[in-house]
Design a protein around this ligand. Structure first.
Ligand code: PFF
Length: 541
């Protein structure tokens, strides 16, 4: 099946760790995490967060590394191929389609956000970020810059700066991906990861030396800012809020890039001699360092010092990053420098993540249609460009982006993570999975992870998922026991449906349908290869 392709591999262990860590470290670390932690009360949030990390994030991560390498050994690099090899049933390839749909669709909006970071970095570094001093001024700037004021705004004359940045970011990703696994992704991540960590350390050092910038407001000092981010509040009470547990689990998945089909793809380029246990743990630890120790030290403490609690509470992820922080930088000496560094850091973090969203699609088009790299990149480029245009055009209130993020970036991730856990613990079987994971391993897993893989993680995940559906889809009110379907549902099937939301879901369905058809076609070739040479590489055995 893969006979026509030259197998690609990583050139070094550090390289693959950097690439997986690069996928994990992204906007989620520097914007999403601090926003959520501050919103739910950090002490309590961190407890739920670490429990999710140990019971969900790390087990799913190890399962993905192991399953990916296992299937890669059998010649499969695309998620449908990988699950076909694992499940050894034609249904496997359709199930695996999710692992191609999720990253490809997320790319369509993630690269748009990436282009905002590039735009902000450019405006800062060239001294053009001068937008008055009111939060609202920045709010207006952001809303106009990204087109949140009106559909199609950024495609019109005079408002289309963001399109230039988008074109640059989009092309940049494809140029890197075109160079391949080793010369493209690995090389870029080897440079970008250390660079972004250095930038983050400089910014953390700056934040930690802010002191009490406004003597008239002695309360707004650095220590209180750190306390606001990190002091435990009424932990017992906060932990009783199920939404906090849902947010913590969702953040763990999003941040570690697990449950997307990305790590299985990356791991499929490993050889059997390569370690997966220690590498998976190292990449995850690098992500946690960037998230908690760096991401948790910048946005919220800095915003508190200059704006107090009011500047932070109730701000969404985007508002915190693109409205509040520019205001904070404007109150610091050398705003162009720190603003420029921060948004460059965000841009680099976003690129290393978005690259990982493209590789599963490329691998699938290569494997499913028998295309070469150039052809599959061209096709994926056209597909993602269309999807991206959709996000850009329907920009009012960022509705298209928000809808797709909800259904793909949260809902489908839960589904995919469940599939991965079941495949590892039940289809492959935890005993064989254990043996597979330990091939070439430089670290032995503690025995208690066996029951975690098999029972605890799937049960925990299914419980979280069930509550998520109850709260976020059916709008369950615990106090009254009533159900009021949320906007995400009423937008689609309510009395007053929202056409943009409907189109967003249609987009997801169209991509899924296209990939399903591809799976059917590819499956026939894979079956023929299996019948012809039952033990050949590239056939599920
Ligand atoms: N982990 C990335 C972040 O924290 O920003 C987001 C991400 C990466 C999502 C890769 C999806 C993906 F396939």
């Amino acid at each position: 099946m893969t006979g026509r392709r030259i197998a690609e591999t990583w050139t070094s262990r550090l390289g693959v760790i950097m690439a997986v860590a690069g996928s994990a470290v992204g906007l989620g670390n520097f914007l999403r995490f601090p926003g959520l932690a501050a919103q739910y009360g950090s002490g309590a949030f961190m407890i739920a967060y670490f429990i999710s990390l140990i019971l969900l994030g790390i087990p799913v991560c190890w399962a993905e590394w192991t399953l990916g390498r296992y299937a890669g050994q059998r010649g499969f690099n695309s998620s449908p191929g990988i699950f076909y090899a694992l499940i050894r049933h034609p249904a496997g390839k359709y199930i695996g389609v999710l692992g191609a749909v999720i990253p490809v669709v997320i790319y369509m909006y993630y690269v748009y956000i990436e282009s905002w970071c590039l735009g902000y970095a450019y405006y800062y570094l060239t001294g053009q970020m001068n937008l008055g001093s009111e939060v609202s001024a920045y709010g207006d700037f952001f809303a106009r810059f990204v087109g949140a004021v009106e559909d199609g705004l950024t495609l019109g004359r005079g408002h289309n700066q963001v399109i230039i940045f988008l074109a640059i970011a989009f092309t940049f990703n494809f140029v890197i991906i075109y160079r391949g696994i080793a010369k493209g992704i690995e090389l870029f991540c080897r440079f970008a990861m250390p660079a972004l960590i250095v930038l983050a350390l400089i910014i953390v050092a700056r934040v930690l030396t802010l002191g009490t910038p406004d003597p008239a407001r002695p309360d707004q000092n650095l220590l209180n800012g750190l306390g606001f981010m990190w002091n435990p509040g009424d932990v017992g009470h906060q932990l009783r809020n199920p939404e906090l547990w849902l947010a913590a689990a969702g953040q763990i998945f999003f941040s570690l890039s697990v449950g997307f089909g990305v790590i299985v793809t990356y791991a499929s380029y490993l050889s059997e001699k390569d370690d997966v246990v220690l590498s998976g743990l190292t990449a995850s630890s690098a992500n946690e360092f960037c998230e908690v120790a760096l991401g948790g030290m910048i946005t919220v403490p800095a915003a508190f010092v200059f704006l107090g609690t009011a500047g932070i509470m109730g701000q969404g992820t985007f508002a915190l990053g693109f409205n509040v922080l520019p205001l904070v930088f404007s109150k610091m000496p050398l705003p162009w420098l720190f603003g420029g560094m921060f948004f460059t850091l965000l841009f680099l973090a976003a690129v290393t993540s978005s690259l990982s969203m493209l590789q599963p699609g490329i691998a699938y088009l290569e494997e499913g249609l028998g295309l070469n790299r150039k052809q599959s990149i061209t096709l994926l480029g056209m597909l993602t460009a269309l999807g991206c245009l959709f996000m850009v055009y329907f920009s009012k209130d960022l509705k298209a982006l928000d809808t797709v993020d909800f259904w793909v970036g949260t809902f489908l991730i839960f589904v995919m993570a469940t599939i991965i856990l079941i495949c590892f613990g039940w289809v492959m079987g935890v005993d064989q999975g254990w043996v597979e994971a330990h091939k070439g391993a430089e670290l032995r897993l503690p025995k208690f992870f066996k029951p975690i893989f098999k029972y605890v993680s799937p049960l925990y995940l299914l419980t979280i998922f069930a509550f998520w559906v109850l709260f976020k889809v059916f709008g369950w009110d615990r106090a009254t026991g009533t159900f009021t379907p949320t906007e995400y549902v009423t937008d689609l099937v309510g009395a007053e449906p929202n056409n943009v939301a409907r189109l967003g879901v249609l987009l997801i369905l169209v991509v899924t349908g296209f990939f399903m058809v591809l799976a059917a076609a590819a499956g026939r070739r894979w079956d023929r290869a299996r019948q012809a040479t039952p033990t050949r590489k590239g056939t599920p055995q």
